[in-house]
Design a protein around this ligand. Structure first.
Ligand SMILES: [Zn+2]
Length: 281
């Protein structure tokens, strides 16, 4: 009997201790949770303050966003640029234009409209004469600097540090050692050179049928989650404009978000370098 009652006392004591512990635990946990929520919301706030929502998406590697960068070379053109801008606006899409300085001087109002529309304007070259540009590395940089000067003068904005080399970074016009020097000097100046991983194929002839452009885009985009698309904005490229609605609709249906090089984040830049779209060696 004595033994049993002692056992009972011990059990009751343990039960009481257990109840006190259980009762106090929620308060401890609540404090921890509320601290976590507070620090998380701080992180979100600081991201949204810096406008770095893209990085926030990129961190979640299990849910990779599909991103498309539409790029137009060789503009502005007197007949096509405004139509391109209109279609982009109707679809609420921003694109990147690698422009030609000479064309920008001849169509300065169009370049201003492009800038006002929130498009990303980057240098391609000034003259687009391969012989002049690729004569020596110095002639490449003289031409490029002239183009950057035109952008600054007309748009009153300094372009970001990205360029697209005429003919691409591995073109066959320039001597390989000269190209290597140009690429190294660009990177040494903190400038990234940008190629593409999807070509609309609109430069294979003066006028390529819209259906061919659409097929090219379909074939090259169907397996991709990350697209930097080469198109042209120049006088003869009417079919590029004709196929633009298809291009945008197709990418939207596949779940792509559209971005420009103005809001390129570190993850996307890293992806471009890794996949040879940017700073290709
Ligand atoms: Zn070009």
């Amino acid at each position: 009997m004595k033994k049993l009652s002692l056992h009972k006392i011990i059990v009751n004591f343990l039960y009481l201790f257990f109840c006190i512990f259980i009762f106090s635990t929620p308060f401890i946990d609540t404090n921890i949770i509320s601290q976590n929520v507070f620090s998380e919301s701080n992180k979100l706030d600081s991201n949204s303050l810096t406008g770095d929502s893209g990085d926030g998406v990129a961190i979640n590697s299990t849910n990779k966003p599909k991103v498309a960068f539409l790029t137009f070379d060789d503009g502005p053109s007197p007949n096509n640029t405004r139509q391109i801008l209109k279609i982009l606006k109707e679809n609420n899409v921003k694109a990147t234009f690698f422009i030609v300085g000479e064309k920008a001087e001849a169509n300065s109002e169009i370049l201003k409209e492009m800038s006002r529309s929130g498009m990303c304007i980057l240098p391609h070259c000034y003259s687009h004469s391969y012989e002049t540009i690729y004569n020596t590395p110095d002639s490449y940089f003289n031409d490029l600097n002239k183009c950057i000067g035109v952008i600054k003068r007309i748009t009153k904005k300094t372009p970001q540090s990205y360029v697209r080399m005429p003919g691409g970074s591995d073109n066959l016009v320039s001597k390989p050692e000269s190209l290597r020097t140009i690429r190294n000097r660009l990177n040494a100046k903190g400038i990234d050179y940008v190629d593409w991983n999807v070509s609309s194929g609109d430069a294979t002839a003066d006028t390529v049928p819209a259906s061919t452009i659409e097929n090219n885009i379909f074939d090259q985009c169907k397996e991709k989650n990350f697209v930097v698309m080469l198109m042209h904005d120049s006088y003869y490229k009417k079919t590029t404009v004709e196929s633009l609605n298809y291009t945008i609709r197709y990418l939207k249906d596949k779940g792509f978000q559209f971005k420009t090089f103005e809001d390129l984040n570190a993850f996307e830049r890293g992806t471009m370098i890794k996949t040879g779209i940017m700073n290709r060696r």
